[in-house]
Design a protein around this ligand. Structure first.
Ligand code: TPP
Ligand code: MG
Length: 287
């Protein structure tokens, strides 16, 4: 099992913090967009783009790259932030989020932005696409892996479970489905609107290997992805338990921050709180 050194953990924690700051600045500038999911998933994106994925930001169509499918397209601000930090495009382009003719639309558009792999937004459809890619990789005897990020709310779509069935039947061990288990959707708590539990047991019943992790703990997230690479004969589901709005006190666990415009002063407060966390991380790690 690859061991992550403390220095690498700190580096990833600081990157996740930076991604969160970008998300706030982007959505504030756009005057619309999603905050809860992107902030909750910043640690997962930091680990993926800066530790797990085989990719080449200067050559997004590199044939051997791992494929990252963002099924819950609405959390794309954090993907754009991770891509910019990784070198896919200039960081200043992040401020064009949701603007007319921008490559960074409110939901990702593959033809506009190389590296996004799919156009997404209609929830429930990403895993089916990811399953197709993983199946094709196996047919072509390719080593690249497919990662599909999904939200908990989109598990209410029947289409998603068809893909779960197919992957389980075909033992797609080159496929990882990550669930952002943040317990919120637009209108409130998933368990009140359409209960998903027992989620782990559901995936296991469909012949998947399930790993649960604290999605806001870099070490735990990295361990989950590294462990996934060692699993054979089953597709892997990583249930990442996250806090929506992570890092901003007034947003955490409040479903209203799935998406809503900032009121005057709120974005500034969010940035201030994230900068305090950044300074604390730097002081702890003597950077
Ligand atoms: C098929 C489809 N139906 C409805 C929507 C509208 N929609 C966008 S986000 C969302 C909430 C889904 O919950 P989740 O993705 O868990 O929200 P988050 O945790 O990111 O706040 C809905 C219903 C959509 N994008 N696609
Ligand atoms: Mg959710």
């Amino acid at each position: 099992m690859p061991h992550l050194h403390d220095a690498k953990i700190k580096e990833l924690e600081l990157i996740a913090n930076k991604l969160r700051q970008h998300v706030i600045e982007m959505v504030a500038e756009a005057k619309s967009g999603h905050q809860g999911g992107p902030l909750g998933m910043a640690d997962v994106f930091a680990v993926l783009y800066f530790h797990i994925l085989h990719h080449d930001p200067k050559n997004p169509e590199w044939e051997e790259r791992d494929r990252l499918i963002l099924s819950n397209g609405h959390i794309c601000p954090v993907r754009y932030a991770a891509m910019a930090e990784a070198g896919y495009f200039p960081i200043k382009e992040l401020m064009t989020l949701r603007k007319f003719s921008s490559r960074l639309q409110g939901h990702p558009e593959r033809m506009r932005l190389p590296g996004t792999e799919t156009t997404s937004g209609p929830l429930g459809s990403g895993l089916g696409q990811a399953v197709g890619l993983a199946y094709a990789a196996r047919m072509d005897k390719k080593d690249w892996r497919t990662y599909c990020l999904t939200s908990d709310g989109e598990h209410e779509a029947g289409l998603h479970w068809e893909a779960v069935l197919f992957a389980g039947k075909n033992k797609l061990d080159n496929l990882v489905c990550v669930v952002d288990r943040n317990h919120i959707q637009i209108d409130g708590d998933t368990e009140q609107i359409m209960p998903l539990e027992p989620l782990r047991e559901k995936y296991e019943a469909f012949n998947w290997h399930v790993i649960e992790c604290n999605g806001n703990d870099i070490r735990d997230v990295a361990l989950a992805f590294d462990t996934a690479k060692t699993i054979h004969e089953k597709p892997i589901c990583i249930i990442a338990h996250t806090i929506p709005g992570r890092g901003v006190s007034y947003m955490e666990n409040n479903y209203l921050w799935h998406s809503q415009p900032f009121k005057p002063g709120q974005a500034e407060q969010a940035i201030e709180e994230l900068r305090v966390i950044e300074q604390k991380l730097k002081a702890e790690h003597q950077i």
